[in-house]
Write a protein that binds this ligand. Structure first.
Ligand SMILES: NC(=O)c1ccc[n+]([C@@H]2O[C@H](COP(=O)([O-])OP(=O)(O)OC[C@H]3O[C@@H](n4cnc5c(N)ncnc54)[C@H](OP(=O)(O)O)[C@@H]3O)[C@@H](O)[C@H]2O)c1
Length: 253
């Protein structure tokens, strides 16, 4: 039997990059997947079509998580769609993956940049969890995609890294808060992963340079992160909670 048969998951930022790989993997493991996107509607529809063609079940949901109220709007769309399809709004797995980055030191970063990073990377996941907690089944999973940039110091992540550190702190306290319901809450910390967000990791020459700081000798691919998320989402991962799981191939150890 598939590891996630009978489970329902919401993956934010499932249109591209790491989120797309997570959506495909969870669907491949048997979960019904709500694939959230913001602007890349075509990519999100392609993900849904490919999951469906492979025998899985998925649907796309649009929401802008860079604005106040975006998380509440997504939660409402998700629970409404679940009620329409299944007669109830209960679900099992929330993956807060959508995020934005800005390459800027403290001297360079503007207040608007910081506001965007905080809203998208921390406030929206916060309010999405808050809105969806009443619908998350006992023994459910919350998996927040952070960054190894909270462990190693990258001065050009002056705005980005603190938003991810906040998400990790939230994950840890929620693990205690929700432990009585057997809900696990963890952070996964990718290192340099080849996506639109990290063009260096995509570039054949620049990525070789980055790989010199990685114990396993290469940059990450989205599927590397999806495997870790799939483990945490599965029954096998049920004894892991409140953790920051580095998925960087050993970058900057
Ligand atoms: N790539 C790396 O090296 C790396 C390293 C550490 C951590 N991470 C983290 O991993 C996660 C995924 O990153 P990625 O590399 O896969 O990035 P990506 O390829 O740029 O994809 C970002 C995803 O977030 C969504 N998103 C962006 N702005 C949004 C908004 N305003 N509202 C709602 N959704 C929005 C995008 O949706 P649309 O496509 O629809 O616009 C897209 O699905 C992020 O949280 C990132 O911080 C990445």
């Amino acid at each position: 039997m598939s590891a996630l048969a009978g489970k329902i998951a919401l993956v934010t930022g499932a249109s591209r990059g790491i989120g797309q790989a997570i959506a495909r993997r969870l669907a491949g493991d048997g979960a019904v997947v709500a694939a959230h996107y913001h602007a890349a509607e075509h990519d999100a529809r392609l993900v849904v079509d490919q999951i469906t063609a492979a025998g899985g079940t998925a649907f796309a949901l649009q929401a802008d998580l860079s604005v106040p109220g975006g998380a509440a709007a997504l939660a409402a769309k998700f629970t409404t769609e679940l009620s329409r399809r299944y007669g109830k709004s209960a679900f099992d797995i929330l993956v807060n993956n959508a995020g934005v980055s800005r390459r800027a030191t403290i001297e360079e970063i503007t207040e608007d940049d910081l506001e965007l990073l905080l809203q998208t990377n921390l406030k929206s996941p916060f309010f999405l969890i808050k809105a969806l907690l009443p619908h998350l089944r006992d023994a459910g999973r919350i998996i927040n995609i952070s960054s190894m940039g909270t462990r190693a110091a990258y001065p050009a992540m002056a705005g980005y890294a603190p938003t991810k550190a906040g998400l990790e702190a939230l994950s840890r306290l929620l693990a205690v808060h929700l432990g009585g319901r057997l809900i696990t809450v963890n952070s996964v910390m990718p290192g340099a992963t080849a996506t639109d967000m990290n063009t260096n990791a995509r570039d054949p020459i620049a990525s070789r340079e980055v790989a010199k700081s990685i114990a396993l000798g290469r940059v990450g691919q989205p599927v590397d992160i999806a495997k870790v998320v799939a483990f945490l989402a599965s029954d096998e991962g049920g004894w892991v909670t409140g953790q920051q799981i580095d998925a960087s191939g050993g970058q900057r150890l």
